[in-house]
Design a protein around this ligand. Sequence first.
Ligand code: AHM
Ligand code: MG
Length: 351
Amino acid sequence: MASQVETVDAQLLQTDPLTLSAWILTQQHRSPNARGRLTVLLNAIGVGCKFVASAVRRAGLAGMMGMAGSENVQGEDQKKLDVIANEVFKNSLRRSGQCCILITEEEDEPIFIEKEHRGIYIVVFDPLDGSSNIDCGVSVGTIFGIYKAKDPQAELAGNSTLDDVLRPGTEMVAAGYCMYGSMAYMMITTGNGVAGFTLDPTLGEFVITHPKVQVPPRGTIYSINEGNAANWDPATTKYVENCKSGKYNNGKPYSLRYVGSMVADVHRTLLYGGIFMYPADKKNPNGKLRVLYECFPMAFLVEQAGGKATTGTARTMEMVPTSIHGRAPIYLGSKEEVEEIERLKKECGCQ
Ligand code: AHM
Ligand code: MG
């Protein structure tokens, strides 16, 4: 599967690298969403990702591993790097002058930006996803999604409301993630396909390496926390059984890959195909992953790469969030794999 990934010619990377900043400018001509202010905002996110990539690299040597001694809104213990990444993004986004509201996984309440730094975009983000993997050096990442204020004049006047935030994913104007792994990778969409960048540590720049990411229509990898199998619904159980029995692959079983960092598991799914699942189960009726800053951005990217994302019964992007930290089940990846889950859900009458 890996050989199908389309990458930029190595010679071109030596002599004519397209940086993230330059690419964002080219999008202004192609995408109705990517206008000047959004360009500034995306650049601010790129800078935040570079800071966090550097902190993650140095964490073991610079006393940044371990617990911060605090809890986030989900009641989860915060790691030092969670706290650092959150501060980095808040500062970079505020300073960009383009945001009116920030929603971060690490904070209970929305952050309303003060007048002198206020702009017309709402950014929802998980500053460092996959926290359980931080201390053992396994890939983690930042996930972000961007909405434009419904009424920019009202926002600029300081009349922000949660109506601007609790909107379906279909209204996002851009989304992406940065994975801090063996290299730092940024995948981004402004609604005109997905482009992938790799951080060149010698240049300190994200350089385009995956100009047009396309998730293969089928895959041979399934990705799920199988420790929860006893609590799955019958459709998820059946699908995983079929993956293992070889039913979908001429008698050959699919491979199981599960990092436990959504960014890493989605990154592999985008490039190699297959399916990533975090279903609802008997203990967690809404699954685990957060709608606004985990499910929507990933669903936007996967759809823009030609794949699908569903709650099992409805298109993820069409959900209307009811709270800023709400959760939903998610199945995403290769179109035909996700359609098979949808079919099994219908067949068993699963909700
Ligand atoms: P986090 O935001 O606290 O890091 O939790 C989200 C992470 C995802 O990255 C990953 O897909 C999932 O939790 C793994 O959960 P589990 O350990 O239950 O498999
Ligand atoms: Mg997280």
